[in-house]
Design a protein around this ligand. Structure first.
Ligand code: G6P
Length: 427
């Protein structure tokens, strides 16, 4: 079957498990894929139907077109699953895109937040407040502070005309604000978890505001599901193999950390998004993989020593860059010869970073360190959609093998309760 995916994944750098266990893991994963395919068909897991959806994007088109026309700045207020996916997609924005500047302040550090806000012209600013629960304290606090400043500058009606809200239906603080100001709202599907929501409006509205092709993102994701649900051998399905290999390494080789060593700067935010996905989905009941993002080639000069010669507790996935198209610059042979760096003669930075990615993978494998190599055809909207769906599917399948629920995050609630108590106690 031709590879319809915009990437290939090579697991040869991972040690084999005891064959009986490997086939048991593959069987279980095969059954999980069949179950998920059934959930796609009957709508039990709406995430799996987002790649084929289009109506929701059409519903967004008028406000997106208006804001791209009118706005100088868009503030996307949200945190965690309500921001990281959008940030990853916006990394693929064309630098020449004429749309508004898009800011994603996903923290409440008073200094950096103030620095962003102080520079804004409220007339030309638009607000997109995103929160599944509608009650996340950071997002609500940011919005209340901004609404006060905006109203003082341009009045309540003009402020209301510049705010759009994405949240679950209901009576959350964010929904109350939306109703109170009478602003346009879009529903966050209650059955799509935050960290699994990038292919919904949560990720795609900010992406569309930045001119990123939302349909191409979904088409990439659809290709992954089509291949995974085509009934083929799980060893040929990257997400299935990824889950089986990781589970085997956790069981038989003491692996407790997953490192994504990405050699494409435009995918660094994808690494941050992936960190939440893996961390929150699998970190339960004393089990889990600690997700680490490393940036290639930079972190060769800070972390690689540890990965090569430290504890044998890591599974490293090296994301190799696609071949550089028409490099703008090449190192002049005369300069390379003059300074004794002939290996750089006529080379581009694309040549260099690709060679370094391969070298990192080869040296890890030579040291017997579990290593996966991911090769990309290109870095574009379709590819990131496919990478995201692959990561989500792999995480769901691995959760099944680890017998944990990938869709909740009960442990984070305690900190939120304490935060409210400590704030209230300030008197
Ligand atoms: O989308 P929200 O409800 O605002 O939640 C934003 C984030 O905060 C929560 O605390 C969870 O840890 C995340 O899974 C979630 O993505």
């Amino acid at each position: 079957m031709p590879n319809t995916l915009p990437f290939t994944i090579d697991f040869a750098g991972c040690p084999a498990d005891p064959s009986s266990d490997r086939s048991a893991l593959l069987d279980q994963t095969r059954q999980a894929l069949d179950r998920l395919h059934g959930w796609q068909a009957d709508g039990t897991l709406p995430l799996l139907n987002l790649p084929a959806a289009r109506d929701d994007l059409a519903a967004l088109a008028p406000v997106v077109a208006r804001w791209r026309q009118e706005a100088g700045d868009v503030l996307v207020l949200g945190i965690g699953g309500s921001s990281l996916g959008a940030q990853a997609l916006l990394e693929l924005r064309d630098p020449a895109d004429q749309g508004p500047r898009i800011h994603t302040p996903d923290n409440v550090d008073p200094v950096s937040f103030r620095r962003l806000i102080d520079g804004l012209d409220w007339t030309g600013t638009r607000l997109l407040a995103v929160s599944k629960s509608g009650g996340t304290v950071e997002t609500v606090a940011q919005l209340l502070l901004i609404l006060d400043r905006m109203e003082a500058a341009i009045g309540r009606d003009q402020t209301a005309a510049r705010l759009v809200v994405i949240a679950e239906p209901g009576n959350s603080p964010l929904r109350q604000i939306a109703n109170d100001y009478g602003v346009e709202t879009f529903d966050h599907d209650p059955d799509v978890g935050g960290r699994f929501s990038v292919l919904s409006l949560v990720g795609l509205m900010p992406a569309m505001l930045g001119g990123v092709d939302a349909v191409a993102v979904r088409e990439g994701a659809a290709a992954v599901l089509e291949q995974a649900f085509a009934g083929g051998d799980p060893t040929g399905i990257p997400a299935a193999m990824g889950a089986v290999v990781a589970a085997g390494l956790m069981r038989h080789h003491g692996v407790s950390q997953a490192v994504q060593f990405g050699y494409v700067d435009r995918l660094a935010r994808f690494g941050e998004w992936w960190r939440q996905l893996v961390g929150e989905s699998l970190g339960k009941q004393g089990i889990g993989l600690a997700p680490v993002f490393a940036r290639g080639a930079t972190d060769q000069h800070s972390q690689l020593q540890l990965y090569l010669d430290g504890p044998r507790d890591k599974l490293v996935t090296v994301i190799e860059p696609p071949a550089e198209q028409n490099p703008a610059w090449r190192i002049r042979p005369e300069a390379a010869a003059r300074y004794g760096v002939d290996y750089l003669s006529g080379r581009s930075l694309g040549d260099l970073i690709a060679a370094e990615a391969r070298a990192t993978a080869s040296s890890l494998i030579a040291e017997g360190r579990p290593t996966i190599c991911m090769r990309l055809d290109a870095v574009d909207a379709r590819t990131i959609g496919a990478l995201m769906m692959n990561a989500m599917l792999e995480t769901i399948l691995l959760a099944d093998l680890l017998a944990v629920d990938p869709f909740d995050q009960p442990a984070v609630e305690k900190g939120k309760i304490l935060t409210r108590e400590y704030l209230a106690a300030l008197g």
